[in-house]
Structures are given as structure tokens and as C-alpha cells.
Design a protein around this ligand. Structure first.
Ligand SMILES: [Zn+2]
Length: 710
């Protein structure tokens, strides 16, 4: 099998055969450290000491090749010549990654080879261990913390073997001990991560705190307010979220003042406590969640800000950019005292979108962040993140190349890449194949590749390391905005399924993750799709089922007839899901891989939900037609609706008896199970009530719990 990720330069000759043992490992390097020791231990686990085995020598190298991008830090040269293996590198991560490549090659090793390998993207990340920002595909399957930690250890092993080095672990907010045992659990996780060279990122706000308004345990931190004197004085307004065409500037008193040092110190204090308690060393820092940046945001600043930063320009050192630069300098110097390797990734104002941002808007974002980073004193500890950005709309220049010109100190991407819990919940989304449009980024965190998307993790690993030299598949990526977006959207929608991605690469990924037999079956499961490219669904809370937690409570409420138009489309989706889930489940029968049990259970629970949804929608439509057109109800209608209520309640009881309880306060991968079966029973009950009382919208309804993200 070919290694994942594909090495950057790999020449080989002669026959391939398995490497069955090592005779000796010679260490011609001065210092090893924990990371190299771990790599050697993993190698020794796989390869016993045998008298006729190969000799491996580790040497520090001064080869000029190590001047290439990211080569000195993470690169390595691995050669094999008739039983003599040499691994040359400059730093521990280089040696470690060389050992990981050797581990993969050992299965089938050419007689002679030379590999020169280094990552194009310095920080290569996946989401998410807990709720994190957007989805529910967390590692918490409701079977307790120890079981979840076991899965997370496997995740870190996957990161190590396939050279991913960033995990977006949790969000949103910096409250430590957010559930009993959280700090200690996170510390164990970050300790394991550190040895593997993996940064652990957590998300929260630097200001704005928009999400906190929506309660529901979604925001996990303190909501800071502008007060003068701080912390007990009067509330006051300063800058705020400005999203044209909405003329309002929102959240102006929510910790937005850039001149209130006591306020900033208090924020630093919360962040510091979180970092120290958890061992997290990378902060994803949302500020106000403005995707664009425009003058009205800055013109709204308070008197104190006006005095300190008199310039009305967004880009001036004594204006908006200078104020943000000083803010990040304060954060960084404040945190570095306690956490020397801390990395701050500010996101917004002005993170820009591929589609929504016009070239003019993007240009403002680029100019603003270019100025912020130019004015900063500690810019080596700050990497501003933008959304996935591809071509300019008019001149088709690649926006990441343009950012590279403006922000030489480095920038990154939070890549909402499909399968992200925001745009879609598809499980296999090889969107990282477009990384070469973003290869000037220093950091890319893909908003997919979570617990139920392990093959997608390896897609990310492949293309974030080696964006355009894959041995499996290299997309012929269109060089203009319109054609590119068509290509990209087809990849996201999984309607475009190149054989290189869905064949050999998916197959190889699954075999590496689950072994030959189970891997082949799981590859099939991840390929299953419906007539309109629907996928099997493993979680009841899902964009695919219109049940995403952050948008709607229940997609087909009886007391909200506005959903009626969508009923045929929804019914079709639920019916299709039952078919797909049944097919996936029968394939998984007999698979013993540890993940398979939860996948099978998830498929069964979702099937049950979707069958009830189909019955409920049928009842809904009949009742609605009776109300609107007087179409008489069939005999037995009431009994059949009563049966929906009873069946939903009975299944809910069964779920409760199964004993799964999430550690994650947001419900982990079993989020909304109880709630959605309850909502079916409740809404079916409302239909009965309407029919009894002849009132289309019944009285005495439960208040709807609407949740929003911002
Ligand atoms: Zn202010």
C-alpha cells in the first residue's frame, strides 16, 4: 500500500517486500527527547529485533534541502539501500515523521528508495473532540469518559501516523472544568498530544460573545462587558458587530473596547486559567464574528478609544488596525508568561468568505489584517485565520496568494469543508483535495475529520501535507472562480466522485484504519449513496435530516405551518435515509472494528427516527388537508396518530434504558436523541388535539426553544 500522506519526493527501484525486523537502530544524533523515543517505540512494536534485519541509522543532517519550506522543522530524508536504512532530519518532528513513514513502508518496502519529505502546510488540523464549534460528531458516544478517552488516544495515534499536527478540541468559551473532571481529562489529552507534536486548539471569544445570548449551555465562558471603571463602573458602548446591509452595530458593550486595559487583563486571566488547567496551547479567538470589516464598526468607538486612536482609518497605526495590533500584543505577552508556546489565531473582524465576499470586501479584509500584523510586536505568536477563500470573483487571482503578499508573517484557514456540521453532515468529504488553492497558508484547520469521519481525516492528512503531488489523485483544478466553484461544490455535494479519491485513496485509508477485512467493508459503507447523493446518517442531530441543533428545534412543527411546503422533500429524505441506513447496517454486520458497534447503533436509531418522521409527515399532510380543503380523514386516522405518539414514547424509553449518557454537556454524538423522539410524540399529540378541538393551531402549546448560533 502507498503511504499516506504521499511523500513529496519518492524514488524507488527493485522489488518490494515486507520489512520483517530490524537488526539494530544506531543513534547518531545528540539528543532524542520524548517524541523521537515514542517514534522508536512504535517502530519496535511493529518490527522485532532480528539478526538478519535491516540496520536503521538516525543522523542529524546539514543537507541544503532542509532550507525548503517547513523542512527544517518537520522534514526528513529517508533512504534504503539493500538493508541499510538512513533517516536524516534536523529536529525531533522530522525524525518522528520519518519513523512514521518507515512504519507504513515496512509492510511493502522497495529494495532501494530515497524519500525527501516535508509538509507544505505547517499546521494541519481537524475538528473536533467535543462539541467544538459546529457539529455533534464528537468522540463522546455516551459510554463514559474512559471509553471516550480511549477513542481520543486513537485519534492522536492517527494524527501521529498520518502527520496531522493540530486538533480543534473544544469550544466555545474558556471556562475550565466545564464538566466534572474536564480539566484533568483535557490535561491527559494535551499531554499525549504534545509528545506527538500535535497542537490542541480551543475556541472562544476575544470580544462580542454573541452566542452567550442564546443560553442552552452553548457558550462556556465569562461574558465580558465594557465598564468604566472596570469591573464595577458604568456600562458603555464601543465598537461592535457590523454586518451590512444591516445598518445596526451590535453588541457594542460586550467587551469590545480596545483601550480598557483592565478589561483586557480580565480576559487574559480567564484564558490563562483555561490554558494552565487544560494544557491547551492554541486559541481560536472569535472577535464579534464580523466576516467583513467596514468603517462604521470603527467609527462607533468610545471616547477613550478615540483619544488613544484618533485616526478614523481602518488601516492606520493610530486607527483601527493599530488598536487591534496592540490588543493582540497585550494578549500574547500576557499569556506567554505562563504558556510560552501559546499560539493565538484571531478570526474576524474580516475573515471573508469565498462566495459572499466581493473582491472589494475581500480587499478591505486583506488590507486590514496586513496592517494589524505589520503593527504587531509579537507577530510570531499570532496567525489570523480566514475562511476558505479561493479565487477573486473578477480577476480570478487566488486570494490566499494575495494574503501571502500582505501578511508575510503567516495566516491560516478555518476550512468549512463540507461534513462540517454547518453546511453538511456527510461523512466522507474529500474536500481537502483543493488545498493547493490555499497552499500559502501556514495553518489549515478542516472543520471535518471528526469521530465518525475517520477516512476524511486521512484525506485531510494527504492533501494538507502534499497538496499537489498525491500518488492517488490530483484534481485538475479550474483556474477561475466560476468553474472552480462548480467543481468544488460538486466535491462537497459528493456528486463528483473521482475514482482516485473514492477508489484507491478511500480504500487505502480504510484499510490502514481498520485492517484489510473490516477496512474494505467500511470503505463500501462510506461510499453508499442515494439517488440524490444522500448518505447514510449515524446521528439523529444532523444537517442531513434538518435536525441540526443550532438552527431549528423541530423541522416539521405542527403549530408552524410555514414548513408545509417542504414536507414532500423532507419525507423523501427520511424515507431514503431508512433505505440507506438499512443497507449500511447490513454491510457492517460482522465487522469487529471498535468503531463498528456505535456506527451500527447510530444507523438503527436514525432509521427508527426517520420511519417515525415519515409516518408523522403523512399524518401531518392528511390533517392539514382536512383543515385547509376539508378532505375527510380516513377511518382509523386518530388511532394511527396515537400509535405514532406511543411508538415514539416507547422508543424514547428504550433509548433511556440503553444507558448512554454524554459527558459533554452538549450531548456528544448522541445529542438530541431523547429530544427528537419526544418532539415527534409531542407534535403528533398536537395533531390529535387539533383534530379533536377543530383548531388548526392548538391552545396550551409548549413554548418553542429556538437556538441560534450567534
Ligand atoms: Zn473603547
Amino acid at each position: 500500500m502507498k503511504p499516506i500522506p504521499t511523500p513529496r519526493e519518492y524514488t524507488h527501484s527493485g522489488e518490494s517486500r515486507p520489512l520483517t525486523g530490524l537488526r539494530e537502530i544506531r543513534m547518531n544524533i545528540s539528543e532524542t527527547g520524548e517524541t523521537v523515543k515514542l517514534g522508536l517505540a512504535m517502530l519496535r512494536d511493529a518490527l522485532p529485533v532480528t539478526p538478519d534485519g535491516a540496520v536503521l541509522t538516525l543522523v542529524s543532517s546539514d543537507d541544503a534541502w532542509f532550507a525548503a519550506r517547513n523542512a527544517a522543522e518537520q522534514g526528513y530524508i529517508l533512504t534504503h539501500d539493500g538493508g541499510t536504512l538512513t533517516l536524516a532530519a534536523r529536529q525531533p518532528m522530522g525524525f518522528f515523521y520519518g519513523l512514521m513513514t518507515l512504519l507504513q513502508l515496512a509492510e511493502d518496502m522497495p529494495e532501494t528508495f530515497v524519500i525527501r519529505d516535508r509538509p507544505e502546510i505547517r499546521w494541519r488540523g481537524v475538528m473536533n473532540t467535543l462539541w467544538a464549534e459546529s457539529g455533534i460528531m464528537s468522540y463522546d458516544f455516551g459510554d463514559g469518559l474512559p471509553a471516550m478517552e480511549k477513542r481520543l488516544a486513537v485519534l492522536l495515534d492517527t494524527c501521529a501516523r498520518y502527520k496531522l499536527n493540530l486538533v480543534y478540541a473544544d469550544a466555545f468559551g474558556f471556562r475550565h472544568e466545564r464538566f466534572p473532571g474536564y480539566d484533568a481529562f483535557m490535561k491527559r489529552f494535551t499531554d499525549l498530544a504534545k509528545i506527538r507534536g500535535v497542537r490542541v486548539m480551543a475556541g472562544g471569544y476575544g470580544m462580542g460573545y454573541g452566542q452567550s445570548g442564546h443560553g442552552q449551555n452553548v457558550f462556556m465562558g465569562k461574558v465580558f462587558r465594557n465598564r468604566d471603571p472596570y469591573p464595577d463602573g458604568e456600562l458603555y458602548d464601543c465598537i461592535g458587530t457590523y454586518d451590512p446591509p444591516n445598518p445596526d452595530i451590535r453588541g457594542r458593550s460586550y467587551g469590545t473596547c480596545l483601550s480598557n486595559n483592565a478589561l483586557t487583563d480580565d480576559k487574559i486571566d480567564e484564558m490563562r486559567q483555561y490554558l494552565l488547567a487544560t494544557g491547551v496551547n492554541t486559541l481560536y479567538l472569535h472577535n464579534m464574528d464580523s466576516d467583513e470589516i467596514h468603517e462604521p464598526l470603527w467609527l462607533a468607538r468610545c471616547e477613550r478609544c478615540r483619544k488613544r486612536y484618533p485616526n478614523d482609518s481602518l488601516y492606520a497605526e493610530d486607527g483601527c488596525a493599530g488598536a487591534f495590533a496592540a490588543f493582540y500584543d497585550l494578549l500574547l505577552t500576557g499569556l506567554r508568561e505562563s504558556v510560552p508556546d501559546v499560539l493565538i489565531c484571531p478570526v474576524s473582524p474580516g475573515y471573508a468568505y469565498a462566495v459572499r465576499s466581493t473582491d472589494w470586501t475581500f480587499e478591505k479584509c486583506r488590507r486590514f489584517w496586513g496592517a494589524v500584523m505589520r503593527y504587531m510586536k509579537c507577530r510570531d505568536g499570532v496567525i489570523p485565520l480566514f475562511r476558505e477563500l479561493f479565487h477573486n470573483h473578477d480577476d480570478n487571482r487566488l486570494r490566499y496568494d494575495m494574503l501571502d503578499e500582505s501578511i508575510p508573517s503567516g495566516f491560516g484557514s478555518v476550512f468549512f469543508s463540507g461534513g462540517d456540521g454547518f453546511y453538511s453532515d456527510k461523512y466522507f468529504v474529500p474536500s481537502a483535495v483543493v488545498t493547493k488553492t490555499m497552499e500559502r497558508a501556514e495553518l489549515i484547520v478542516c472543520a471535518n475529520g471528526s469521530a465518525l469521519q475517520r477516512p476524511t481525516q486521512l484525506m485531510n492528512a494527504e492533501y494538507l501535507w502534499n497538496p499537489d503531488g498525491s500518488a492517488f489523485y490530483n484534481a485538475d483544478i479550474p483556474d477561475n472562480y466560476t468553474d472552480f466553484m462548480a467543481f468544488y461544490n460538486a466535491i462537497l455535494a459528493t456528486t463528483h466522485r473521482p475514482e482516485g479519491l473514492y477508489g484507491e485513496l478511500l480504500e487505502t485509508a480504510c484499510r490502514r484504519l481498520w485492517g484489510d477485512t473490516d477496512g474494505a467493508v467500511l470503505a463500501e459503507v462510506y461510499r453508499i449513496h442515494g439517488a440524490r447523493y444522500e448518505c447514510p446518517v449515524f446521528t439523529v442531530c444532523s444537517v442531513e435530516l434538518y435536525t441540526r441543533r443550532t438552527r431549528v428545534t423541530f423541522p416539521v412543527r405542527w403549530d408552524d405551518p410555514s414548513a408545509e411546503e417542504q414536507l414532500p422533500q423532507m419525507r423523501a429524505r427520511y424515507a431514503e435515509t431508512v433505505t440507506l441506513n438499512t443497507a449500511a447496517r447490513s454491510r457492517l454486520f460482522g465487522v469487529t472494528a471498535p468503531d463498528a458497534e456505535f456506527l451500527r447503533e447510530g444507523l438503527a436509531v436514525v432509521s427508527e427516527l426517520c420511519q417515525l418522521m415519515v409516518r408523522y409527515i403523512d399524518a401531518y399532510r392528511m390533517a392539514a388537508e382536512w383543515f385547509t380543503a376539508g378532505v375527510p380523514l380516513e377511518g382509523g386516522f386518530r388511532e394511527s396518530v396515537r400509535a405514532i405518539v406511543d411508538d415514539a414514547e416507547a422508543y424514547r424509553k428504550r433509548l433511556a434504558e440503553s444507558g448512554r449518557t454524554a459527558v459533554d454537556p452538549l450531548g456528544g454524538a448522541i445529542a438530541r436523541r431523547d429530544e427528537l423522539f419526544d418532539l415527534i410524540a409531542y407534535n403528533a399529540g398536537l395533531i390529535l388535539q387539533s383534530v379533536e378541538t377543530n383548531l388548526r393551531i392548538p391552545e396550551n402549546r409548549r413554548p418553542d426553544v429556538t437556538r441560534q448560533w450567534w
